[in-house]
Design a protein around this ligand. Sequence first.
Ligand code: NAD
Length: 506
Amino acid sequence: MLTMQEDLLADLRRENGVALMFVDGEFGPASDGAAREIVNPANGEVIARVAEGTIADADRAIAAAHAAFYKGPWGDSLAQDRAKLLNALAATIDEHAGELSQLETLNNGKPLRETEYDMADAANCFRYYAGLATKPHGQTFEVPAASQSFTVREPIGVCGQIIPWNYPLLMAAWKLAPALAAGNACILKPSELTPLTALRLATLIVDVGFPKGVVNILTGAGPVVGHALAASALVDKIAFTGGTKTGRSIMQAATGNLKKISLELGGKSPNVVFADADFDTAIDYALFGIYANSGQVCSAGSRLLVQDSLHDRFVKRLVERANKIVVGDGFDPKTEMGPLVSRAHQEKVESYIKTGIAEGAKLECGGTRLEGDLGKRGNFIVPTIFSHTTPKMRIVQEEIFGPVLVVQTFADEAEAIALANDTIYGLAGAVFTNDIAKAHRVIRKMRAGITWINTYHPTYNEAPWGGYKQSGIGRELGTYGYDAYTEVKQINVNLAVEPSGWFADR
Ligand code: NAD
């Protein structure tokens, strides 16, 4: 294991055993030399030490991005040149996908089959935005004057980008690809728990030849370097993916210079199953909706709403299937579900399980750590299902972000919709039924930004991603994601060049 680990870390730039952050085209330590230990969630072992950025490091990264955009050639770069760089980055991610997915599994814990998927998706995200960079973006307007009026989209400038630990490289791609395609300079701050693939990406960014300062990878604590990005008057836009509470504090910090802001936050998404649904398909996606990535997915189908006439049969089968999910080390090819990202997060999920029991919900299965040696060392929680819940329970209302499914029941369509919308969140939701008109009626009433009919979770680089209500502000991915990294400029060209005569020439 140690050899494989060393192999995976070999391509990170390190000094005295510390993986270095990437600022202004150079790899370097933190200004005070501090480093943070990075832990393998599957066994609690320290796998790396990473430079722990300071405010001075954040300021340096911001200055580098600022110079690259406002003084360097990047601000005037051509879309076709940016597209070439992004295509080259996509190609090199594909080329290194095996190594990157192993590094991701080592750091985040999720099974290799998931990280392999994530790496392909990340490469495709860079490729998609490489294509979009050179496509038409403005509009022209017929105005009541002899004027040619049109808009162009221009980069916003310096973008701070703060991402979570649940899809480390994929979230980096979602942030960097559209921002760079549009011509911005970026400071990406990965989660302090999972910085390794972002630091490896920095080496690939050097290889493909991005100019210095255009991409900076700033490692360190959220309240320190993340806050510095959100508060800086030199940062023109802040884009954040993470918890709703953190999103709120970032929004407050961003008010100083009224920077542009995008927030992708938490969820408690409803997965609605009607009695007329295809039973096996609905069971399959109910499992996938909550247990993919151990439930550490913002859009997880964490509330299962089952029509009352189907409830008992559905929950019985679901429990049988959940109990068969193979939980283990992400490197074991048999593993279907990995550990939670950290011991602290495992304890948070356990405290929700205790809350659910105390609130009087029925624990149908799970609720415990994995047994045996692996379970003692890693942060595993086995698939857990609560039934007999009531809408106001904390386990129904609050995001648990773990492998804990809460089941609710409804009598009819109206009640399904009311329950589906009964949280502060509005990120995602699904409906399973063979009545297509009913499916559309329910989706129309669902207050959520991402919805599915007879499936759960498919996410496409081409389609917009984001939430209603307290699940966020703005959209990522697709053309919407590109637009979110641009300013719109109106240009009016006078086609009759002569004095207007508004003020008489006396
Ligand atoms: P988190 O909010 O704790 O951290 C996210 C990032 O914010 C990390 O990089 C962290 O260092 C940084 N951060 C923390 N405090 C900060 C501060 N005061 N100022 C600036 N930055 C700060 O979230 P997490 O625990 O890493 O991730 C889990 C959360 O992310 C869940 O709530 C989940 O729903 C959400 N999420 C949302 C989406 C989406 O697209 N909507 C996707 C993935 C995860």
